[in-house]
Write a protein that binds this ligand. Structure first.
Ligand SMILES: NC(=O)C1=CN([C@@H]2O[C@H](COP(=O)(O)OP(=O)(O)OC[C@H]3O[C@@H](n4cnc5c(N)ncnc54)[C@H](OP(=O)(O)O)[C@@H]3O)[C@@H](O)[C@H]2O)C=CC1
Ligand SMILES: CC(C)=CCC[C@@H](C)[C@H]1CC=C2C3=C(CC[C@@]21C)[C@@]1(C)CC[C@H](O)C(C)(C)[C@@H]1CC3
Length: 624
């Protein structure tokens, strides 16, 4: 086993996750299994870092000493990554970073015997008004920025500098990256304005479990559970919806013979469908969009021609129907098609896991790196698996399953007409079809926006997403349409109108909020979002605190949930089954919200806490 490079108690420079900024940290330990160092930043944030994200202090110090500074200023330079003072609070994060890398005095004065570390923090000047316009300080800021730009130390981080400068003229909130409380949900430690606070804290005896290693979904045991439960649940739903009376009193649904699951033709159709979508994806039609910067600073390119793909698919399906292809096959062979998709998702997940074992560590997702085969297989290890320019995660999330969902819904409408002897689908079926088609078309029209979502930016690609994209979406999101085939639910005109209004309201919130965040993440100076208030974070990125993202922390989830309600209502209240999506979606989004909270807290430290204090509710204003 190679020797451990940095020892417990060493003071080194650690990269701030998600950025290329380095701050002074103290090594708390090294986990041989995960090969990660647990380090503590001066503000008290504990993280796990890979060896390549750690550098010795010496390399940084050589560039810094040429600066002449007043003692007080020098003192303030030795603080935590995001520390703010009256003068420095308005500096760019890169400048703060430059500051952070220039001095190392306090913790190098550490008494290693006592294992104490001196933490110096300065409270923000206007902590109670985090998102106010700091225009009075503009001139001072510019001067300060100019000085920082001339400083050779700031060159260490040119990329971050450029990114942050793009945001520097915006309304900026002030933040304080203090030592975080465990329940950092908007509860910051009391701070005294304009006061230098010296704190001492002990290095824990053993490396603390940090947020970056916290395993989601119930950890390793949970991964086993979900691997079995998710396919079993899809099977249950598919068998249940086929029943004449799909109520829970008829549980469990009768299990069909093994042959009923398998149909080679169904497998062939699914493979053809995926290949057809892949072909549309690689066609040099449509825009090439850039993803968010990776930790390396690189940006991947994505062919965002999803709208083109769904239009061509619709034309192809219409042509096939016109040629006499009976799409009700999808209804009558639902189980076989689901089984075929499941097999493909297993095959894909195994491929993804195996290739992730040979992938360079900087291309791996932060999660899905537990060292446990089952957990990593489930959660996904590689962040952006690609075959040449073919991005697998992007493709599978946006194309075969999503467009397949609309195809299945359409097939259900035809099946309803056939089985109920109708000339046209029922109003309920039309609503469900149009609502969900609108959702998918909107997603594909705004395909670029997916590049700023959690899945694309943070999650690895493994079984969970592969199964989610290929099985879960097309075979469970279609439950309402499937249910309506044999369970008609006539709607009165007022009910119909009410449901349409509800859908439109949900859609408006969903679209506006997603577009606002996407526009902001792509270009904070975009006139559509440049007037919004923000909080700057130590990574150089800012957080919106007004507009939609100032109402609740996940306005997009709120809109999505309202739409989900509008999808279930056309099915009436006779059975729970068509409400399954609504119930599942509440659980999914509440869980996603808490995952995102942890991730953002890890990334943004107390700037995130500040955001949470300002925007108190997660999804539903004044309720949750
Ligand atoms: N139908 C379905 O099955 C599902 C639909 N969805 C929908 O997909 C969409 C995307 O959802 P999801 O990926 O979960 O999450 P979001 O699109 O909400 O992305 C979360 C990220 O946004 C950034 N962010 C959070 N708060 C702010 C802020 N105040 N200002 C600026 N950026 C902020 C953070 O990333 P960073 O700071 O790193 O940029 C955070 O990690 C949603 O509309 C959701 O409803 C999601 C799951 C399933
Ligand atoms: C239980 C289980 C297997 C969960 C897997 C979750 C996935 C099904 C979802 C995770 C995020 C998704 C998104 C969409 C579909 C469902 C999955 C893959 C999405 C593509 C639907 C269309 C929207 O417009 C969207 C683009 C915003 C959305 C993005 C997230």
């Amino acid at each position: 086993m190679p020797p451990v490079k940095y020892q417990r108690g060493d003071t080194v420079m650690g990269r701030w996750p998600g950025s290329s900024l380095y701050y002074e940290v103290t090594v708390l330990g090294f986990d041989t299994k995960s090969q990660l160092y647990t380090v503590i930043y001066k503000d008290g944030t504990e993280l796990e870092l890979k060896e390549q994200d750690i550098k010795s202090v010496a390399g940084f110090q050589t560039r810094s000493r040429s600066r002449s500074r007043s003692p007080s200023r020098r003192r303030s330079r030795s603080r935590s990554p995001a520390r703010t003072t009256r003068r420095s609070s308005s500096r760019t994060a890169a400048a703060v970073a430059a500051a952070a890398i220039t001095e190392s005095a306090p913790s190098s004065r550490r008494d290693t015997k006592l294992r104490d570390v001196v933490e110096v923090t300065l409270s923000p000047q206007q902590k109670t008004k985090p998102a106010e316009n700091n225009s009075n300080n503009r001139h001072e800021e510019k001067e300060e920025k100019q000085k920082e730009e001339n400083n050779t130390a700031s060159k260490v981080n040119e990329k971050a500098q450029a990114q942050v400068e793009a945001e520097s003229d915006k309304n900026q909130g002030r933040y304080n990256l203090r030592r975080r409380k465990d329940d950092g949900d908007a509860k910051l430690a009391e701070t005294r304005p304009e006061q230098l606070v010296e704190k001492k804290y002990k290095i824990p005896a053993a490396p603390a479990t940090t947020l970056s290693t916290r395993l989601d979904f119930g950890g390793k045991i949970g991964a086993y559970f979900w691997l079995l439960f998710l396919p079993a649940w899809v099977l249950f739903l598919v068998l249940q919806v086929r029943q004449k009376d799909p109520s829970l009193t008829n549980f469990p649904p009768p299990l069909p013979a093994l042959e009923a699951f398998w149909d080679a033709q169904a497998l062939g159709f699914v493979i053809l469908w995926i290949l057809f979508q892949a072909l549309l994806y690689i066609l040099p039609v449509g825009k090439l969009s850039e993803g968010m910067p990776l930790t390396s600073g690189e940006r991947l390119q994505y062919r965002t021609n999803g709208f083109f793909a769904i239009v061509v698919s619709a034309v192809a399906v219409a042509a096939a129907v016109h040629q006499g292809v009976d799409l009700t096959y999808i209804h009558s062979h639902f189980l076989e098609l689901a089984t075929a998709s499941f097999l493909i998702s297993i095959f894909l997940s195994v491929y993804l896991y195996v290739r992730s074992r040979y992938t360079a560590s900087e291309e791996l997702a932060l999660g899905g790196n537990s060292g446990n085969v089952v957990y990593d297989f489930f959660k996904g290890h590689e962040l952006n698996p690609r075959i040449k320019n073919f991005d697998l995660k992007f493709f599978f999330e946006m194309r075969p399953g999503l467009i397949g969902w609309c195809l299945i819904n359409f097939a259900m409408a035809l099946a309803e007409m056939k089985l109920q002897g109708l000339d046209a689908p029922s109003n309920s079926m039309i609503l469900v079809n149009i609502f969900q088609l609108l959702y998918v078309v909107d997603g594909l029209w705004n395909e670029e926006a997916i590049l700023t979502t959690m899945d694309l930016m943070h999650d690895g690609f493994g079984f969970m997403l592969a199964f989610g994209d290929l099985v879960w979406v097309p075979f469970t999101y279609t439950m309402q349409a499937y249910y309506l085939v044999t369970h008609p639910n006539p709607l009165s005109l007022p009910a119909l109108t009410g449901i349409i209004i509800l859908k439109l309201v949900g859609f408006y919130i969903f679209r506006k909020s997603n577009s606002e965040k996407n526009a902001f993440r792509r270009n904070p100076l975009d006139p559509k979002v440049s007037h919004l208030k923000t909080i700057r974070t130590a990574t150089g990125k800012s957080l919106l605190v007004s507009g939609w993202w100032g109402v609740v922390r996940h306005p997009n989830y709120l809109g999505d949930l309202i739409m989900a309600l509008a999808w279930s209502l056309p099915c009436g209240f006779s059975h729970l089954l068509p409400w399954y999506y609504m119930i599942y979606f509440i659980i999914l989004l509440v869980h996603r919200d808490s995952r995102d909270m942890s991730e953002c807290r890890r990334k943004y430290g107390s700037a995130w806490d500040e955001y949470c204090r300002t925007v108190r509710y997660r999804i539903i204003p004044r309720v949750y």
